[in-house]
Design a protein around this ligand. Sequence first.
Ligand code: HEM
Length: 504
Amino acid sequence: MKILSNINISKKNIFFLLFGSSLAFFGYKTLKIYLLRQKYRHIPGPKTKGLLGFYLGNVIEIKNLPKNKIFPDLVVEWIKEHGHVIKFQIVDKMVVFTINPETIRDVFIAHNFSKHPHVYSIFGFPLGIRFLGNGLVTDLDNERWRYRRNLFNPSFHKQALMTFLHEFNNKSDALMTKLRSKAEKEEEVFILDEANNMTMDVIASVGFSMEIDSINYDNNLKGYVFKALEGFNKILFNPFLRFSISGWSYIKNYKRIIKNLRDLGRFQILKRIESIKDGSYVSDDLITLMLRNNQNEEFEIEDLIDDFVSLFIAGQETTANLIAQVVLEVGQKPEILKKIKKEIEEEIGFKTDLKYEDLNKLKYLNCVVKETLRKWSIVPFLSRKADVALNILGFDIPKGSNIQVSSYVSGNCEEFFKNPKEFDPDRFLNEKNETKNYTYFPFSLGARNCLGQNFAQIEAKVCLTKFFQNFDFELNSEQSFYPAQHSTISPAGRTKCKLSIKSL
Ligand code: HEM
C-alpha cells in the first residue's frame, strides 16, 4: 500500500512538474513575442489577427493564400499598401522586408552583411539534422566561405564553362530524342519534369562524373531533390510540424531523404579518394577539384559532403524551372514565339552542336530568359543579418535584424516595371532597357551571388534552342498558369503541352 501511495505521489509530482514547465515555457514564449513586437512597432506592415496572430504572426495569411498566389505575391500587396519597407512576423521571428534599391545595394554590396541564421540554418541543419551544413549556399561564416568560394570560382568561369558545353549539348540532344518519340505517339509532356531530368543528368555528369540517365530511366534522386526543397518550406512555415502524428512521419521520411543524399555524396567522395590514392585515372570534375584543393585536409569529409549536396540542390531544379517557365510564357504569346524561332532560324538554323558564339547571337532569346527571370525569379527571398544598426527610409532597423529582399517582389512591383504581369522581353532590349539598379537580381547580388549563374543560363539556352529547333507545341489549356512555391518558384501546372515535330 505504501509503495502504491508513493507511486501516486510521484505521478502527481510528474503531472505538476510537466504542467509547471509547460506554463513557464508558454510564459517565456509570450514575453519573448511581446518584446519582439515592441521592438519593431515603429515599422509599418500587415497587422496580425487576434490572439492567434499574436503567437503565429502573419503565418495565418500565408497559410490561407488562394491557390493562384504564392507568399511573395502577398508581399507585393503588403508593399503596395504599407510602403517600401515593412515588417512581418513569422511565429516568434520578425522579418524586415524592403524593395528600396539603395538599401539593397548597402546590404548586399557596401556592407556585405552575413547570411541570417534564422533562414540559412534551416537550409543547413533542418530540424537539427545536417543537410547543406556549412556548404557554399548556407555557410554563415563569411571568412570560411570566401576561402572555398575562391576555390570553386575558376570552375565556373567562362573558359571552364566552354568545356561543359559538350555535355549541355549531349544531354539536351538526349532529351530531344525522348521528346520526339513522345511527339510521335501524340503524348502530352510535362516540360518541368523533362527539364528536371535533363538538368539532373547535367549536374551529375559535369559536376560529379555520374552517368545516371534520368532522361530515360526513373531514379530516386529526382524525388529526393524535390522533396528536400519542399521540406525547407514546410519547416519554415509550419511551427507545429513536430507536434502532429502526420508531422512525425513526414519528418522521419525527410530524415531518410537527407541521409540518402548525403550518403551518395560520401560514397562518391570516398571512391574518388581511393582512385586518387591508387593513381587511377580521375575525371577533372568538381569532386576532384574539392579534393585537390584539400590536400592539407583543412576540411573534413562531412564539409566536402556539404558542398557536394549544395551544388546538387542549387544547380538542378533552379535551371529546370527556368526552362519550364520560358516554355509556359512563350506558349501563351505566339508573336514572341515567332520572333524566337525566326532568330534561331536566321542565326544558327538547324545546327546541333551549339557553341558559345552561337548562343551569343541569340539576342532576343537572351531577353526572353531575362524577362522570365524577372517575372518568376525562381529563388523567392534572400535574407541577411544586419551586422550593424541601419536606417531604411527613415525607419531605424535594430542590429541583428533579419533583412529580406526578393527579386520576385521587386520584379513584380509596378513602380519598377510597368505592367509587371505582362510578359514583355522587349523590356530588356538594349535600347529600351530601363531597369533601375538593384530592382532585378534573380542571381542575388554582391560577393555571395550565384556561383552557377552563367552555367545555368548557358545550359538553359542550349536546351531551349534545341527545343524550338525541333518542335511546335500547344499548351494544355486546363493546367494552372500560376506559380507554385516549393522552396523555389515553379509553374504549378508543370508546363503541360503537346508537341509536334517541326518539318525541316
Ligand atoms: C536559373 C537558375 C538559378 C538561379 C535562379 C539561381 C539563383 C541563386 C540565388 C538567388 C542565389 C543566392 C542564394 C542566397 O543567397 O540565399 C544562388 C546561390 C548559389 N547558386 Fe544559384 N541559381 C541558379 C542555378 C545555379 C546552378 C546551375 C548552380 C551550380 C551548378 C548554382 C549554384 C549556386 C551556389 C553554389 C550558390 C551559393 C553561392 C555562394 O554563396 O557562394 N546555382 N543561386
